[in-house]
Ligand binder design. Structure first.
Ligand SMILES: Cc1cc2nc3c(=O)[nH]c(=O)nc-3n(C[C@H](O)[C@H](O)[C@H](O)COP(=O)(O)OP(=O)(O)OC[C@H]3O[C@@H](n4cnc5c(N)ncnc54)[C@H](O)[C@@H]3O)c2cc1C
Length: 779
């Protein structure tokens, strides 16, 4: 009988056509759920940021994906159900990882969210993720569907089963490849993949940050609330289950009625119990805490400003930080992060601090978390992204193969998303070649994976794209102009030297040019300046002092000329540091140039406790100073004149295989006065280009937090919004306006044959010269 109604439902031409009434007599036969069998190339469990990025990248690479998410919305902890802001290597701009924001699919998500939702409305993040997934015809999305079974064939998963209570349907999804992006690792757990839970002992990986038992071995869950001022008195009577003794939360003296959402990250509990199976218990405790805090805020009398406030939203499910971590062929460790150890199979990177939390969470007397930054971003090997014993299982998100300490850094969502892209593209390559994940971990296959990833916008530390298929490399590049950095006008505000600041200058090997600065002194004074560089040319912690100068200032305006008399052995950024002086301010410039920035030696309390990271004895982390840019739109440059122009913005950067500033800006920047700069690509023989790829500057320093923080702009000022591509006859092949993305791929008309292509940019603003990181052309 049941079968009958299913058939009836399935034969309707239009699913919205009515089903005429059927009568089902009582039955002694067991009834079965409606079942749907699905087949795909890659089946993904979990639609958090890692699952979404894996699904989109795999789908765009041409394979069929089923993405199964147990919640009504995508995004996991980034969704409106939990409301965490997506963060990654740029770490709220609070560390020395310059131009480190993640690119590829997660970059696209952040940029699009910034464009449409700079206010950080979490509901719009849900809509954006859903929109991006629904646009991919290769993805079948199952929402509200929880995976709860797997079938195996030897050491491979053959299918996974999910149940959707909304439509009372059981799904059986068969695929040659699976990806576990479920946070708790449902596929890995059920299939028998090797995993760990809790912290490794210090000895296992020589990790000084391995926590002692009193600190605890697991990070707990958190649950947030949003409050709102209604403008009229609002009463609140707490539910009986609310915590009634607020002093049980040692932090109660620091409560602040303005804190909402992710700023309540310290509302944490559960690190001493089973963060998989005790989740409902943990959630009840967190609700108890939330309502107890709100009761205290509303009814203790200590917060008169809360009189008109109401509790607008309380999380329904907790954000989960940590549970299972699965073992791949390699486990990332603290030393990989701190020392930026090299591995040949890097496919991604991280850069968030090693951010560990006390297991007692909100009930701890001590500070809730400890964050230790590395001096630079670190690579993540591909071998961390598949199970070592389940042969067709990829790992994505917080469950990748990392020690507890390393997980403290890899767990943030932009890192998870960037890793997810690596998994998606690896899966597509496995399908194309008929191989399993491990086969891509070395040799030519690995080289192809890395190349494909970087082509799609992935950043891999230390990797330079050598793309033999790219005919732009064989072209003569003729730009109308190239920016020469010789002076920035003093048209910006005076910056008081309350703390040290440093202008980062991209210099080539050889003598460092002398610098002239405009400073204003309240009285006769002395200013100390130093020239610093990083130990490694591709990092940006200015730890080596090459030279120091003291300059006498008289009261009023001073033009100071500083010759550091220093040489650089290799091309890298040099930091011209002005030491703090309460009587002195320095003139800034409004000109913004790709790959040029001013840093401040101070700290962001969200991610650090002082401007100098102090490594505890035996911790294995480094002590060093933070030098970070200001947040947009305050980020700027000093006004200065150099004794000779620095010419590092040439068009040859467009084919150097690097797509962001690293040791050098790696950008072609046109002259500021060039309002419509063009780049001619000329070949000796006629070529048949089919596709052109352009990579624009989207300010890879700005962290673009996805919710709550709010951003002053929709688009980044460096990004060229309007551009065209023309052939040698002047025919317009591509014409774009309103661009706000970094990576743009354009198909060119069929049958095109030409000896030259012209890329024409429009200067983004009168104070921002047009720039481009890369041009690639494929036949
Ligand atoms: C309170 C808190 C604060 C944090 N702060 C930040 C921060 O500020 N910025 C940041 O970037 N990161 C932060 N993190 C870390 C980050 O949120 C997580 O590490 C990250 O979300 C992990 O990504 P994921 O895709 O692995 O998992 P998730 O985001 O958890 O996504 C996994 C998804 O899979 C679904 N799922 C689970 N089981 C199944 C199943 N059986 N079937 C189908 N679907 C399933 C889940 O519902 C979930 O939606 C924080 C975490 C917490 C908890």
């Amino acid at each position: 009988m049941l079968r009958c109604i299913i058939r009836l439902a399935e034969t309707r031409a239009n699913p919205l056509d009515p089903i005429y009434m059927q009568v089902f007599d009582s039955s002694t036969l067991p009834r079965a759920l409606k079942r749907q069998d699905l087949y795909c190339d890659l089946a993904i469990a979990g639609g958090g940021i890692s699952g979404v990025c894996a699904a989109i990248s795999a789908a765009r690479a041409g394979i069929k994906v089923v993405l199964v998410q147990d919640r009504p919305v995508l995004g996991g902890n980034a969704s409106s159900e939990v409301r965490l802001w997506i963060l990654g290597a740029s770490s709220h701009l609070g560390n020395n990882n310059r131009w480190a924001r993640e690119s590829g699919i997660i970059g696209e998500i952040l940029v699009e969210n910034m464009h449409n939702n700079p206010e950080g409305n979490p509901v719009l993040v849900d809509a954006l993720l859903l929109d991006l997934v629904l646009r991919e015809s290769n993805i079948t999305l199952l929402l509200n569907t929880a995976i709860d079974q797997v079938s195996k064939d030897a050491e491979r998963i053959s299918s996974m089963r999910g149940f959707c209570p909304q439509n009372s349907t059981e799904y059986v999804i068969s695929a040659p490849l699976f990806c576990d992006a479920s946070g708790d690792g449902i596929l890995g757990f059920l299939s028998g993949a090797a995993f760990r839970m809790g912290a490794e002992k210090k000895e296992e990986f020589d990790e000084g940050l391995a926590p002692p038992p009193e600190y605890g071995e697991l990070l707990g869950h958190s649950l947030y609330f949003y409050s709102r001022d209604t403008g009229r008195p609002v009463q609140f009577s707490a539910p009986a289950f609310a915590l009634d003794d607020i002093t049980k939360i040692p932090r109660f003296r620091k409560f602040n009625t303005q804190d909402n959402g992710c700023k309540l990250w310290w509302l944490e509990y559960g690190g001493r119990i089973d963060t998989v199976h005790d989740t409902e218990t943990i959630k009840m405790e967190l609700w108890k805490i939330v309502y107890g805090i709100w009761d205290y805020i509303k009814n203790s009398g200590n917060f008169p400003e809360a009189e008109t406030m109401t509790l607008e939203w309380v999380g329904m499910i907790p954000g989960k930080r940590e549970s299972r971590r699965f073992e791949g062929d390699y486990m990332l460790t603290q030393r990989d992060i701190v020392e930026q150890r090299q591995h040949p199979d890097f496919v991604s990177y991280g850069g968030w601090a090693i951010d560990l939390h006390r297991a007692d969470g909100v009930y701890s007397e001590q500070s809730a978390c400890n964050q230790y930054h590395a001096k630079a971003v670190y690579g993540i090997p591909y071998r961390c992204m598949y199970s070592r014993n389940i042969n067709n299982l990829f790992l994505a998100g917080r469950i990748i193969s990392a020690s507890h300490v390393a997980f403290g850094s890899t767990r943030v969502m932009a890192t998870c998303g960037h890793n997810g892209q690596a998994v998606g593209i690896a899966a597509a390559m496995c399908i194309k070649e008929g191989i399993l994940p491990r086969a891509l971990a070395r040799g030519d296959a690995l080289a192809l994976l890395q190349r494909e990833l970087v082509r799609k916008g992935q950043y891999i530390p230390g990797y330079r794209l050598e793309d033999e298929d790219d005919i732009a490399r064989a072209a003569r590049l003729v730009p109308t102009s190239e920016y020469a950095l010789s002076a920035l006008p003093a048209d910006g505000p005076l910056l008081p030297l309350e703390y040290p600041i440093a202008q980062m200058l991209p210099l080539q090997a050889g003598k460092v040019p002398a610098v002239t600065l405009q400073v204003s002194a309240k009285k006769d004074s002395e200013l100390t300046l130093s020239l610093r560089i990083s130990t490694k040319a591709d990092t940006h912690t200015p730890e080596i002092i090459l030279s120091e100068r003291k300059v006498s200032l008289h009261k009023g305006e001073n033009s100071i000329y500083v010759d550091f008399d220093a040489n650089l052995e290799k091309a890298q950024y040099a930091f011209v540091c002005l030491h703090a002086n309460a009587d002195v301010a320095v003139k800034s410039s409004l000109i913004l140039v790709s790959g040029l920035t001013l840093t401040h030696h101070k700290f962001n309390p969200a991610v650090a406790v002082s401007a100098c990271q102090q490594a505890p004895e035996g911790s294995g982390v480094d002590s060093f100073e933070f030098w970070c840019p200001a947040r947009r739109p305050a980020a700027q440059n000093l006004a200065f004149t150099l004794s000779r122009p620095v010419r590092v913005f040439s068009a040859s950067n467009l084919t150097n295989g690097l797509q962001r500033p690293i040791a050098q800006p790696n950008a072609w920047v046109a002259a500021l006065e060039d309002e419509r700069p063009t780049l001619m690509l000329c070949w000796k023989e006629a070529r048949c280009p089919r596709k052109i790829v352009l990579v624009f500057d989207n300010d890879l320093d700005h962290p673009m937090e996805s919710v709550l923080m709010g951003h002053p702009e929709h688009d980044m000022p460096f990004c060229v919004q309007q551009y065209r591509v023309l052939d040698g006859t002047g025919r317009v092949l591509v014409s774009e306006s309103g661009n706000h993305h970094s990576l743009r791929e354009h198909s060119l008309p069929e049958g095109l044959s030409c000896k030259s292509l012209l890329v024409e940019l429009t200067r983004p603003a009168p104070n921002v010269p047009a720039s481009l990181f890369e041009v690639r052309v494929y036949e």
